[in-house]
Design a protein around this ligand. Structure first.
Ligand code: DGL
Length: 261
């Protein structure tokens, strides 16, 4: 284990990775953080696979070098399910990915009806289907691809919330009722979606457990780089947008609440 606090790069297509970042910071407040949002290509859910692999490898490779990152957290399901293996092959720093939390969701479900809400890209990936084959544990798992949810989550942080009806329409297919059973567990398979959790709790047609992988990712960070070296309050993370566009005052305030500046 290193005797200086590590520099950790947290990466997403946009602001969704902040839901992972906030958990990691709680676990390692003493580390130095760079949060890289590839907003120039947001949303990743719409980018063709070969283009996305090339882009993710290049953008992350540059950032590792520029910031001397010692650990990279890919806080994006859409990128992890596609490019994690290639990132690990190409770069020698350790990577932690974010992939749909199908195993814990299926282990926890009592009704054995589980839904996975992700980008269209994530739910159609072979990687995700493989997780279901391996970890469904007797559950029926419904894959639900959302078209606009990540965009709605970004809008929320920009202070322009999407209407309830739009959110309800996207989550509706997750709620299955059959032969006296109802879906009781929904995997949030896009890191943007926990940004909308307060609203989801209110808008769901019945209560379910929404599974956010962020705490498990924070535990994995500690496994890899160890516990905090000193009781130090977190310093604001360095925030980088690949678009180069400066955040609006509203977004700036939202980012500050997450501890990035
Ligand atoms: N935050 C992302 C994910 O976890 C990506 C959303 C997008 O850019 O489409 O999948």
């Amino acid at each position: 284990m290193a005797d200086t606090a590590p520099t950790i790069l947290v990466f997403d297509s946009g602001l969704g990775g902040l839901t992972v970042f906030r958990e990691i910071v709680k676990a390692r407040p003493d580390a130095a953080y760079v949060y890289l949002a590839d907003d120039a290509a947001f949303p990743y859910g719409n980018v063709p696979e070969d283009e996305l692999v090339t882009r993710v490898l290049a953008v992350i490779g540059d950032a590792i070098e520029k910031h001397s990152a010692e650990l990279v957290v890919i806080a994006c399901n859409t990128a992890s399910t596609l490019a994690l293996a290639q990132l690990r092959t190409k770069y020698s720093v350790p990577f932690i990915g974010t992939v749909p939390a199908i195993k814990p969701a299926c282990a926890a479900s009592r009704s054995k009806l589980v839904s996975v809400l992700g980008t269209q890209a994530t739910v159609s990936r072979e990687y995700t289907k493989g997780l279901i084959r391996e970890f469904a544990q007797g559950c029926e798992v419904r894959l639900v691809g959302a078209n606009m949810f990540a965009t709605y989550a970004e809008a929320e942080l920009h202070g322009e919330p999407a209407p309830d009806a739009a959110l309800i329409a996207e989550i509706a297919p997750c709620f299955v009722e059959e032969s006296g059973r109802r879906t009781d567990t929904i995997v949030l398979a896009c890191t943007h979606y926990p940004l909308l959790l307060d609203r989801l709790l209110k808008l769901a047609p019945w209560p379910v457990d929404w599974i956010d992988p962020a705490p498990a990712i924070a535990r994995r960070v500690v496994e890899l780089v160890g516990p905090p070296l000193a009781p130090k309050p977190p310093a604001p993370a360095q925030m980088i947008f690949t678009s180069g566009v400066a955040p609006s005052p509203k977004l700036k305030a939202a980012l500050k609440a997450f501890g990035v500046g």
